[in-house]
Design a protein around this ligand. Sequence first.
Ligand code: FES
Length: 106
Amino acid sequence: MSGDARFLRAASATAIMPGAFEHVAIAGHDLLICNVGGAFYAIENRCSHQKKPLDQGRLVREGIVCPFHGATFDVRTGASTGFPKCRSIRHFITRVVGDDVEVALT
Ligand code: FES
């Protein structure tokens, strides 16, 4: 992790059930906080295919599926895993402190 990253509170851990995600805006970032089996991941809310938002998509296991043309991204890494194949989207390091999901932003 970059030395100048700082963790900011993004969501309540108990408010996001496994298999769900929450759309948050924090420090100028438009993010999705995703719960995959009790682990939290943060990705940018923007599909790399045609720059559309992902927050109306579905989380299927570790993949967020874009509602527009079906591109899928692994929320753990941001990698494109389906069709249409796209470049990766940004993902962010998270940690849980008490009930807070925090995201490292630079
Ligand atoms: S905009 Fe997401 S798949 Fe096309």
